[in-house]
Ligand binder design. Structure first.
Ligand code: ADP
Ligand code: MG
Length: 264
């Protein structure tokens, strides 16, 4: 049985871009990547699954329940979203992270409970950022800020974690650190992860399922071996591409070829 099922989803912006008829399903504890050129609708799809955008039509079914019919508080207990930027950087790390517990606050509850503090402290420790808990977010490096954003989402204890280009603007070491960390949650905690990737090679390396978008439509979906195919990618990206196999992970990786070199 599929854990998350997207059926004929149409979503987007008034009189503007629309995702067209998106359908796919993923298994529990999948590490799924959404890839595609700039403007293909990756963030729009993720925001629709997160409930930030309401779909025009179609269904998002999580464990047999339509998540658009769920109370927002219940939905936030199941689906957590990490956007491309932290908006409240003037908050202290702990105050930002504890907000991940808001979906669990009872009516009229103003302050976090002892349990909320314990959960936040647990994830701050696990992500190695407990020592920064009293610092302002803007004082931290880009990589540390991304860990804070992921920490707030984990504190929500979701069933699905959605991330929009979590490694954009980070150096290679931090990219791998963040993705390895996510991979650990996927493997050890069976957390289902859906991530937008800019980098096809990182997507191929970490994901067990990929969705390739172009102009708001799915061009291909499946295991990396099926999607990271030079014929498919050349059509989508309009460049010449070689696909080879990573000798260690055995996953496909992409080598773009310069037009200048092709002429020689
Ligand atoms: P991607 O994440 O793949 O780069 P997006 O989902 O962000 O693509 O955007 C898809 C299209 O929707 C783009 O053409 C973009 O300009 C447009 N778009 C994005 N956000 C908005 C918005 N808030 N209002 C109107 N159009 C938008
Ligand atoms: Mg985007």
């Amino acid at each position: 049985m599929s854990f998350l099922k997207i059926e004929n989803l149409i979503s987007g912006y008034k009189n503007g871009f629309k995702l067209g008829d998106i359908s796919f399903s993923i298994k529990k504890s999948s590490f799924c990547g959404i890839i595609g050129p700039n403007g293909s609708g990756k963030s729009t799809l993720l925001k629709t699954i997160a409930g930030i955008l309401n779909p025009d039509s179609g269904k998002i079914i999580l464990n047999d329940e339509d998540i658009n019919l769920m109370e927002p508080r219940i939905r936030s207990q199941k689906v957590a979203y990490v956007g491309q930027f932290i908006e409240n950087k003037e908050l202290r790390v702990f105050d930002y992270v504890i907000m991940g517990r808001l979906p669990y606050f009872k009516s009229f509850q103003v302050f976090e409970t002892k349990e909320d503090i314990e959960i936040a402290s647990y994830y701050l420790n696990l992500l190695g950022i407990y020592e920064y808990k009293n610092r302002f977010i803007y004082e931290l490096s880009g990589g540390q800020q991304q860990l804070v954003a992921i920490c707030a989402a984990l504190v929500q204890t979701p069933e699905i974690l959605l991330l929009d280009e979590p490694t954009a603007h980070l150096d290679l070491k931090y990219q791998i650190e963040i993705l390895d960390l996510l991979y650990t949650f996927h493997e050890d905690c069976k957390l289902t992860i859906i991530t937008v990737f800019h980098d096809l090679n990182l997507a191929s390396e970490y994901c067990d399922y990929l969705i390739l978008l172009k102009d708001g439509k799915i061009v291909e979906k499946g295991e990396p071996e099926q999607v990271i195919d030079y014929k498919i990618l050349e059509k989508v990206y309009q460049i010449v591409i070689l696909v080879q196999k990573n000798p260690i992970s055995k996953k496909p990786f992409v080598v773009p070829v310069s037009k200048k070199k092709l002429k020689n």
